[in-house]
Design a protein. Structure first.
Ligand code: BDR
Ligand code: CA
Length: 321
């Protein structure tokens, strides 16, 4: 079976790092590129983390630098409380060895999509600024994309500024998300799905143990420890490895059940639900479905995939660069 060419657009990010690591452990993917966007931490850090993740994971993908701020909205909040000051928890990456591609993320995505002639799968696990920019510059991009997955949105939110009506990735750049939903057929792995895939303390302990006892720091082990302890200490949701579920749903179609609905994004800054992905469950809009919404999750299967990934990296002895 030939490998699926994949581009991951991301804002690493602890759960983005898990997602990239999970994708890298799967022999069915050819990870063509990793593109970085502003989000969990400012672009300067998501860029560095994207390069260092490739160095550490031995991932031979092209890295593209993308947007430093949303399309029009200021970039006024990062998520370093959840992801640590560096964006990757307690991991301290050195300076990257890998260098970025000369093209901006949106040109790299378009060029690869054309090159793969309709076979490329695009997975966006950060704010949608890079994807919206690619679509503005290349309106024919959708015809070259086989499938487009996001981690974002869902039936509820996690941004307290909006009364938790908006999910973080959509809320960082609501205009970008609105444009993307209008132009692309989206597989939306949102918060309702990722919260159903929460990883328990015991499962994190098993993941940590499966990473092995090599004295050298192990990326997955450090990320797992951070996720477990941070969630316990702060009573936060980051024992949910949101972004990895989007990757897992692509690796194995038994992980997530999707249902088709019309979905639009509220981008009006004055609206109290700015950044919400509004799902037309009852068909009131009369508009055709444009989105496959993740509704049911096989949590045990997802957890098993995460554990298998830990074993993979233990066997391959991955050391943090
Ligand atoms: C999403 O927001 C980010 O903090 C995570 O990386 C994930 O992509 C969850 O709302
Ligand atoms: Ca993310």
């Amino acid at each position: 079976m030939s490998k699926i060419p994949v581009i991951i657009d991301c804002d690493p990010g602890v759960d983005d790092s898990f997602a990239i690591a999970l994708a890298n452990s799967y022999s069915g993917f050819d990870i063509v590129a990793i593109t970085a966007v502003e989000g969990n931490v400012p672009a300067v850090l998501t860029r560095k983390n994207a390069l260092c993740l490739c160095d550490t994971l031995g991932l031979n993908a092209t890295v593209g630098f993308g947007a430093e701020k949303p399309l029009v909205r200021p970039y006024f909040r990062d998520a370093s409380v959840t992801h640590g000051e560096s964006g990757v928890g307690t991991v301290q990456f050195k300076n990257p060895i890998k260098t970025p591609d000369s093209r901006p993320a949106w040109e790299l995505i378009y060029d690869e999509a054309v090159k793969y002639n309709g076979e490329l799968v695009l997975v966006a696990i950060g704010p949608l600024t890079n994807i919206a920019t690619a679509l503005r510059r290349h309106p024919d991009l959708p015809k070259y994309i086989k499938k487009f997955y996001i981690m974002g949105g869902g039936t509820f939110g996690n941004v307290t500024a909006t009364g938790a009506k908006a999910e973080f990735n959509i809320w960082v750049d609501p205009l970008a998300a609105k444009e993307v939903f209008e132009k692309m057929e989206v597989y939306m792995v949102g918060l309702n799905a990722t919260h159903s895939a929460a990883i328990t303390e015991e499962d994190f302990d098993e993941m940590i143990s499966l990473c092995g006892n090599d004295p050298k720091s192990n990326l997955i082990k450090e990320l797992s420890k951070f996720s477990k302890f941070n969630s316990l200490e702060n009573g936060q949701d980051n024992h949910i490895i949101h972004d990895a579920l989007a990757i897992a749903s692509l690796m194995n179609e038994d992980v997530v059940d999707f249902e088709d609905y019309f979905v639009w994004v509220e981008d009006n800054e004055e609206a109290d639900n700015v950044g919400e992905t509004v799902i037309d469950f009852n068909g009131q809009s009369g508009k055709p479905a444009n989105c496959h919404v993740a509704m049911k999750v096989n949590q045990p299967l997802f957890v098993q995939m995460m554990k298998n990934m830990c074993k993979f990296y233990n066997e391959n002895n991955i050391t943090i660069n």
